[in-house]
Design a protein. Sequence first.
Length: 124
Amino acid sequence: MSNNLKNILLTLITENQTQMRKAELFAELIQSELGEDWEIKNIDKYHKFGNSYKIEFKYVFNGKQQNEINNLAISLTDKLVSPWLVYFDKDENSIELIYNKDENTRKGKEEFNVIKWGHLQIVK
């Protein structure tokens, strides 16, 4: 596989958050869990659900094999919440992950209970 520059994009939708400041603090908590190289790209009110925010993160990779990126993506998202659905694109040897909160959710920290939905994708 090639060593192209790639981005991991992680989008989280929260619930039970009424203030932008709480969403910002939550984004910082997630960033500290993922690692300092993760950039908080955007935090916006998410109008599809009441008291929700959409938080977007980005991580840029250079020189890593696709298998390494896939493994990292799975292990990092599992630190937050699980289970995640995995979609595998064999042509690209790349994955996409989707999380939906339900009664079987396991969270890495109690504070992560506000994560309602998540999406991770690897893009060039």
